[in-house]
Design a protein around this ligand. Structure first.
Ligand SMILES: Nc1ncnc2c1ncn2[C@@H]1O[C@H](COP(=O)(O)OP(=O)(O)O)[C@@H](O)[C@H]1O
Ligand SMILES: [Mg+2]
Length: 228
């Protein structure tokens, strides 16, 4: 069964007097429980595509379905709610709130949902345990290593139990050891928790963890990696 269906998606931006089209008539299907790695040169449209999958932005043409929902057709209000429940997003720069503890950062998405306090506490504790950071719950981001901060960000991405997780160069700021641990953790989300994962990376070793590698070049999916 497919979890993600992208059909005929084009994305254009007005840039001064010109139009930039980072994605052109793109089709992509990702199965439920699949781990797909997106690779391609800088500027090939990887981040733009992840934004469309996660409902952070809308396609200019075409449709995006995730778990049966036509994301590209939701209103702004519906999108905000859908994103909180249905997708987790992991950034290269972690994007933690610096004045909040690890626990509080992970709790943030749940504050947007109607949920009893006891249920919220249980879910945050479960997510922190899943990334192995129970003993760092009350640390601030600056008191954590880069790898630990990224694990907090992953806990935040899964705390609402979304079907899909999107990660944009999640190991880009990490050393080799922390990067390997992060990828192993992301793989576990797929294998043990049944998440569907789309991850952008530049690193061929990191990409080996995926079930499938999709290569983008100039806004299109290509069979062979570009060496440009
Ligand atoms: N909001 C935007 N406005 C104008 N151009 C954009 C915008 N977002 C992305 N682009 C352009 O789209 C192209 C693809 O960008 P991006 O998806 O970030 O590439 P990648 O993540 O593969 O490096 C680039 O040329 C970029 O400048
Ligand atoms: Mg990018």
């Amino acid at each position: 069964m497919s979890l993600i269906e992208v059909r005929g998606v084009t994305k254009s931006f007005a840039s001064g007097s010109e139009t930039v089209t980072p994605l052109q008539a793109l089709d992509l299907t990702v199965a439920q429980g699949e781990f797909v790695c997106l690779m391609g040169p800088s500027g090939s449209g990887k981040t733009t595509l992840l934004h469309l999958l996660a409902g952070i932005d809308r396609p200019t043409a075409g449709t995006v379905h995730v778990a049966g929902v036509e994301v590209s057709a939701l209103s702004a209000n519906e999108l905000a709610r859908w994103r909180t429940r249905s997708v987790g997003y992991v950034f290269q720069q972690y994007n933690l709130i610096p004045v909040l503890t690890a626990y509080e950062n992970v709790e943030v998405p749940l504050l947007l949902l109607r949920m009893a306090a006891a249920d919220r506490r249980r879910r945050v504790a479960t997510a922190l345990a899943a990334v192995g950071l129970t003993d760092r719950a009350h640390h601030l981001p600056r008191q954590l290593s880069g790898g630990q901060q990224q694990r907090v960000a992953i806990a935040r991405a899964i705390v609402a139990d979304p079907a899909a997780v999107f990660a944009d160069e999640p190991t880009g700021n990490l050393d080799r050891v922390a990067a390997a641990a992060t990828v192993e953790l992301l793989r576990r989300l797929v294998r043990e928790f049944g998440k569907t994962l789309v991850m952008v990376t530049h690193d061929p070793i990191t990409a080996q963890a995926a079930d499938r590698v999709v290569h983008l070049d100039k806004g299109r999916i290509v069979a062979e990696p570009s060496h440009a």
